[in-house]
Design a protein around this ligand. Sequence first.
Ligand code: GLC
Length: 533
Amino acid sequence: MTSLWWQTSAIYQIYPRSFQDTGDDGIGDLKGIERRLDYLAGLGVGAIWICPIYSSPMVDFGYDISDYCDVDPRFGTLADFDDLLGQAHRRGLKVLLDFVPNHSSDQHPWFVESCASRENQKRDWYIWHDPAADGGPPNNWISDFGGSAWEWDEVTGQYYYHAFLKQQPDLNWRHPGVQTAMYDVLRFWFDRGVDGFRIDVLWHLLKAADFPDNPPNPNYRPGMGDMHRLLQLHSTDQPEVHLIAAEMREIADSYGARGHGERVLIGEIYLPVDRLMHYYGGERPEMHLPFNFQLIDTPWRARSLAAVITGYEAALPPGGGPNWVLGNHDRPRVAAKRGQAQARVAAVLLLTLRGTPTLYYGDELGLSDVAIEPSQVQDPHELRQPGLALGRDPVRTPMPWDDSDNAGFTRAKPWLPLNDDWRTRNVMRMTEEPRSILMLYRRLLALRRDWPALSIGDFLLLKAEDEILIYARRHGSERLIVALNFGKRQHRLELPDWAHGSRLLLSTTEDAAPVETVAFLLRSNEAVVLEAR
Ligand code: GLC
């Protein structure tokens, strides 16, 4: 079986506001991404996923879209996008966009029309309801950003539903007009040559048709954030969503089938593994890759991680593409959660597990969460529920490129502050240090390209004990062993019989011990990749 590009490539997530500014406004843009394509190709990733670049009032920084088929002027123009796409393709890089089908901006002409009157043709493109008997919201659903998910509209005397901000009204996916219009959006970008989409909050798309109250969450504790007071039983993950996901897949596949290159769909879905698996589809295929976020929250211990990996491997449907993620623009950075030494071990884990890895920009520099002064907070999540550490600004700070002013990110004031250590923690400096985490990422990505065992081989758990996790990746006659030390003690480890005489291919530490014939020493916080011969 031949493998497809999205199975063998690593994907690199770009938060466009923070990658590279060329317009001198402190905000990154498409021309900036284009300028950095050589860096990305040199890093060794095979695809980039760019968070929303569409016309937007930017209340949720692009996840509130007012025109799905245009580029926001802050990011550039459609022509800039076409240039970027062409330049990326020239370098062998695929380009994925972010598709945000669950909600539009309240400034989208569709919603403006929908609000005009109850009789308007677009009224039912959004979710409108009469008040409850007491005049309050139609049910108890809570927005993910806190507070009721229903907003009263004085003019037409009904509530509309918004799973996120009130400026992000949910589209009514039960309406055929919405389906057609949104499928046309996919085609618009596919026709331009986009290689795929990451689909925002896919499991939110359909809500129970009769809008019953959600049940209370028995595990809710104050401080978790308002949304966690209820279980989202009726407001998310409804069976009908799978029909929509299958239609989207059909559209994506129709391009591959016409010889226009295989396109990929990646679903953003935060659900337990058993429910996540449904999004691969059944008789009709759905997502190529339903995002697997488990590494973000699993306790950083060998047994817990092994349980997650083997549980996931066992749950995958036949032919289902596995994938792994350490962080994204919504979650704490891996270096903040695990510390600098373990961020290197995490890099080895991410890039040696079976499946497509997605890297979050800046993680290759060991960038950590950046403290944001209350006066500098931008994220609506933090602004609406301050003090609960829900804010996402700390993980969205500018990419530090060099040690010139503003780390080479902008000539203006950056929209969010830089990491304090940007004068040393930047691409230019770390490229000069052979042992930097950046160079580790490069070596790992090169290893993935050179060894099919890593990109398409099978996975075999060898040991999960104490602080140590060891597994093998095998393909044909290639057999690699990956050993990770999550702790501070060193361990002398025996090699299995078939791996006697192994050779060290990569280590996270400067002074990796030589491998003996039958054993090797794994130092504190070290991860290694060995070739069994
Ligand atoms: C997704 C995005 C997040 C956004 C939300 C609403 O979870 O990743 O950044 O705020 O959807 O669109």
